[in-house]
Design a protein around this ligand. Structure first.
Ligand code: SAM
Length: 329
């Protein structure tokens, strides 16, 4: 992990050497807050300009078939029950500045989130609970590397019994779709994931291949580590299941995953668990130091996948290097 601002890290020879070699940039940037937060998010129009400026430089790092996936949450205008469009405007500006295609927009749904914004949801009861984030999957190519067979969901009960029964009602549906006689009789090992993902472990809506990994005690171990060392646990950690899902979907064992806003390094942990290499950058030294807690012995990922045995041996030791990087303009 490189400690410093991404703007400076992009000038670092270590990242220069990665140009054209990163298979996936997976990140959740600081949110476009209305008021400044502790870790110094940009606000308003300057947020859009800041993210937009980073786009060409980040895109240079990608392989021709690489992807960049950005998660942005919802935010609200101050004092009124009106949503801010800054996050979406920033994503649009980023896409344009990077000359990227929007491969797909995905919704990350987390029904377990506490009701917010409290004033409009709990007190005035005039808005609904905010329970999703926007995930924009962008790419340089119209056909980035991706394989939805790696993130199949468990079949529903109905589908399982249909596969057993080997019969169903074929023909035209009211929607106009024509269902063939045999199209649904082949077992493909699972259902194709929709573009609404619920990585909440309890909801068990993750591909079976990832459930064991996301169900580990990694977050508890991380928090315990921070507590022991006196670091503040990162207040805006992304859901581990989301990182696991996209890394599995868009990369292969041995590929390189990069997170320019690493925070507690959820991305790095997920990448390592799946036998990928990773690089992360984080501006806040304390968060970077706390992220070591993701790689202590009990939390360090042990890849179990059949095709990642070789890589698993390579990554068994945590590869966390925390260095203080200074701007070298
Ligand atoms: C939303 S958080 C990322 C959380 C992370 N995905 C996780 O699961 O822990 C955004 C992070 O970006 C960091 N940050 C803010 N500005 C930055 C910059 N210019 N360069 C690098 N990191 C920055 C913040 O300190 C914060 O930790």
């Amino acid at each position: 992990m490189l400690v410093g601002k991404i703007e400076d890290a992009l000038l670092d020879p270590a990242l220069h050497r990665c140009k054209g070699k990163i298979d996936l940039i997976f990140t959740s940037p600081p949110f476009p807050l209305i008021r400044k937060k502790k870790y110094g998010n940009e606000t308003g129009k300057s947020y859009i300009e800041w993210l937009e400026k980073l786009a060409p430089k980040l895109c240079e790092l990608l392989t021709p078939k690489g992807s960049i996936v950005i998660e942005v949450g919802n935010s609200w205008e101050p004092g009124v029950p009106v949503m801010s469009t800054l996050g979406l405007e920033a994503l649009l500006a980023f896409k344009k500045a990077g000359g990227l295609y929007l491969s797909q927009q995905v919704i990350c749904h987390n029904p377990a989130r506490l009701p917010s914004p409290a004033q409009w949801v709990n007190i005035n009861r005039e808005r609904l609970k905010d329970s999703f984030t926007h995930v924009w999957w962008m790419s340089k190519s119209e056909h980035p590397k991706a394989d939805n067979r790696k993130v199949l969901l468990p079949y529903s009960k109905t589908m399982k019994s249909l596969l057993k029964r080997k019969t169903y009602n074929a023909g035209r549906r009211p929607s106009g779709h024509v269902i063939s006689e045999t199209g649904f009789l082949k077992n493909h090992g699972g259902a194709i994931s929709p573009n609404v993902i619920d990585p909440n472990v309890d909801a068990a809506q993750l591909p079976e291949s990832l459930l064991t990994l996301s169900g580990t005690m990694v977050d508890t171990t991380y928090r315990d580590y921070c507590l022991k060392k006196g670091y503040e646990p990162h207040p805006a950690r992304m859901q581990l299941g989301l990182a696991l899902f996209f890394i599995d979907f868009l990369t292969e064992a041995g590929d390189v995953v990069f997170d320019p806003f690493g925070g507690s390094n959820t991305t790095g942990w997920a990448a390592q668990a799946l036998g990928r290499k990773w690089i992360s950058v984080e501006a806040n030294k304390e968060y970077a130091q706390g992220s070591k807690g993701r790689f202590v012995r009990s939390a360090a990922p042990r890849p179990k996948r059949a095709n990642s045995k070789k890589v698993a041996r390579k990554v068994r030791k945590p590869v966390l290097i925390t260095k203080r990087r200074k701007a070298s303009r």
